[in-house]
Design a protein around this ligand. Structure first.
Ligand code: ADP
Length: 494
């Protein structure tokens, strides 16, 4: 509305000036008969038109040029080429003023637009933005994001001292970071605690940018609220600690139970042997004594069949329990054993294992192919255990009706050494593949020896080495067990 009104006023003023010029020209030439050049006055409307309407001023100049020719031809003055030249100069001057004015208007428009763009970014930014005068350490401007972050209004922020935005105990760290940023040592100050108006604390990463305005130096800080992330990290650390504590407790329970259960088990084993002995003695006593025939007939099946059968069950049960307890004990010891991490020559480690498994391989008439393997980082004894278990399984679960072939290969993948133990054995159905790494999981118990602990041990060792294991398998065709371990050039494990 105001703009339109201004535009209307400008047109009226311009029109009035043009009219005044024309009237003066006619009056001077035709009424006063003064033979002087009066065109200087014409530059006033041309100038106004140029400033207000830019290159459209050329039309005003053209009109005034015509007026000038007309007035000259009506006056006593001679109409020479010079007068036409004068009219042409009007047009040239109008064009130049219009052009300059147009460039200025364009520049102003671009400046306004860019200012608006930056204002929108500044005001709409979720990050808090605040600028500080480096010399006086006073805040000079702050955006609404900063108000939201701190709880102070923009006006309050500008009057606030730096110390008010931080807890006393955090101030040394904040000032140290500020000094580093001010000296240009860093541009990102991390984990800066901000004390809000309501006395709660939020954490920010502050990205900084230097700014020089009229010779004064400022530092602009972009505050990103990372409180959620810090809280999540704290929660994660707390959970990891709790998990570590629980795992340790669990290991202790496993260790204590497997250890303490052994002595009653030894008792059962011992007394069942004693029972066997007593049974033998009882049998021979029965033979020699004068026990009535009817009684012998009645108790013989008990002594020869029922009790020995019960003893056999006890024996099988105690042996199974014995091997489970040894397995559990081994597992709990593994978690406690200190790791001696070094660069492992996997070709040497494999040939050691090959030597130890020689008998089993020959017994199964299997072929073991070992490729050249890249080294890795690990504890020799424990990694030896991993591959011994995998090769032991590969031999154990070969398909009896076809010649067994077991292949070990390896490659380097980024910062990991990946090994593959491949067999053409019985394979594992897809639905069982995840289960086999769980404790005491045997897919076909009774048909093979073992406690279903081998792969659990393997996984535990690899977890401690920050490695991993996975399987690809097809039932009836064979399996491929992949082991990933830190490559030898990795920094030592924590
Ligand atoms: P186990 O002592 O019974 O071998 P593991 O934990 O080593 O226990 O293996 C768990 C189960 O995974 C085994 O009972 C077997 O069914 C299956 N398994 C492991 N390795 C292979 C393999 N190479 N081929 C086929 N089945 C396998």
């Amino acid at each position: 509305m105001m703009k339109r009104l201004k535009l209307g006023m400008k047109s009226i003023v311009l029109l009035f000036t043009i009219l005044a010029c024309i009237i003066i020209a006619f009056y001077v030439a035709l009424v006063m008969h003064i033979a002087v050049v009066y065109t200087h006055l014409f530059y006033l409307p041309i100038l106004l038109a140029g400033v207000w309407y830019q290159r459209k001023a050329v039309y005003v100049a053209l009109g005034l040029g015509i007026v000038h020719i007309l007035v000259t031809s009506l006056s006593s003055l001679p109409l020479t080429m010079e007068e036409f030249g004068r009219a042409a100069i009007f047009i040239v001057v109008a064009y130049v003023i219009g052009f300059v004015s147009e460039e200025r208007v364009k520049g102003e428009k671009a400046l306004r637009e860019s200012e608006e763009k930056f204002r929108a970014i500044f005001e709409g930014a979720i990050d808090g933005i605040i600028a500080i005068h480096l010399k006086t350490k006073k805040y000079v401007f702050a955006n609404p994001g900063m108000s939201k972050l701190t709880g102070y209004s923009s006006k309050e922020l500008l009057e606030l001292a730096i110390a008010k935005l931080h807890h006393k105990k955090d101030l040394p760290y904040v000032l140290e970071q500020f000094a580093k940023v001010a000296q240009g040592e860093i541009t990102l100050a991390e984990d800066i605690p901000i004390l809000r108006k309501d006395d709660t604390v939020v954490y920010c990463d502050v990205n900084t940018q230097r700014l020089k305005l009229e010779g004064e130096e400022y530092l602009v800080g972009f505050f990103r609220d990372i409180t959620e992330r810090i809280r999540a990290e704290e929660e994660r650390t707390r959970l990891i600690r709790a998990l570590e504590r629980k795992t340790k407790e669990l290991e202790q329970i496993v260790y204590a139970t497997s250890h303490d259960l052994r002595s009653p088990l030894v008792n059962v084993q011992g007394f069942s042997k004693e029972l066997e002995q007593s049974l033998k003695e009882l049998s021979s006593a029965l033979q020699g004594g004068d026990v009535p025939e009817a009684v012998i007939k009645e108790i013989t099946p008990i002594l020869k069949e029922d009790v020995p059968e019960a003893l056999r069950y006890i024996h099988t049960g105690t042996s199974k329990m014995d091997s489970l307890l040894s397995g559990l004990l081994r597992l709990s010891r593994l978690g406690r054993a200190a790791l001696d991490i070094e660069k492992l020559d996997m070709n040497k480690l494999m040939s050691d294992i090959e030597g130890a498994l020689d008998f089993q391989i020959k017994e199964k008439s299997a072929e073991l192919i070992i490729d050249s393997l890249p080294p890795c980082r690990g504890d020799y004894m424990q990694i030896n255990q991993v591959f011994s278990n995998l090769l032991d399984n590969a031999i154990k679960y070969l398909e009896p009706n076809r010649p067994g072939v077991i292949k070990v290969s390896g490659c380097l993948n980024a910062d990991q050494s990946i090994y593959c133990v491949e067999d053409n054995g019985i394979g594992i159905a897809a639905e069982h593949q995840a289960k086999i790494f769980e404790i005491f999981q045997q897919l076909d118990p009774g048909t093979t020896t073992g406690e279903g602990l081998g792969l659990t041990i393997v996984r535990q060792i690899l977890d401690r080495h920050k490695g991993s294991i996975w399987v690809e398998s097809e039932q009836g065709k064979g399996s491929r067990f992949f082991v990933a371990l830190p490559a030898w050039f990795q920094t030592p494990l924590g």
